[in-house]
Ligand binder design. Sequence first.
Ligand code: HEM
Length: 216
Amino acid sequence: MNPHDKDETYIIKRKNIKAILLDMIAASFETSAVAIVWTFSEILRHPRVMVALQHELETVVGRNRLVEESDLSKLTYLDMVVKEGLRLHPVAPFLVPHESIEDIVINGYFIRKKSRILVNIWSMGRDRNIWSENAEEYFFPERFINGYFFRGHDCRLIPFGSGRRGCPGMHLALINVSLILAQLIHYFWYFIANGYSFVCKAKLPFTWFSNLNNSR
Ligand code: HEM
């Protein structure tokens, strides 16, 4: 598009590009970081899950190299852990506000055209009728053992929204979140000592860790 062409109705100017870039930065950094922090803290609180993850990583990746993006498709337990993290701790608990484009009745509820719609996915993720009695507060990745994908017509778990305005960064986000968690768990041992202090020890004897302080 030519910004000097008066006949062009829609032109992308410098300020539009800046806005798009800001949108991308705001929508990507904090969201992925929050997902990693919540999931990681659940792994810490559940040593059983940490051991299972470490076992998977050592079986699939081994101890002689770093985890790579190409390993992710084989790390099925990690995939379940990420889903369980997003189920209990969705980064956008009400998604982003939407607006209804026409009058509609859903489950007997009348929703007027141009209403502001907030979808409470925090509550959906803890619904006992969907996720069983242990839905609330219980971190149990195995509930996803039969596979589940975030998109499609199954809307039980929609941490990235759904439909046309769903998150366009979903695939990048899943790669980043999974890879960072995998690397953290693969390289280090973590545990809570004395009920409150966080201990982290290097697990793999890689030379590139020699300049790291082993425990904190
Ligand atoms: C774990 C990480 C992430 C989560 C949980 C997440 C979640 C979401 C959610 C819930 C929405 C609103 C969808 C809706 O209301 O239907 C959204 C929108 C959006 N996300 Fe993400 N997101 C993540 C990472 C990213 C990344 C990495 C990018 C870009 C690189 C990104 C870019 C965007 C953009 C541009 C929108 C607005 C889309 C629109 O309005 O049409 N997100 N995201």
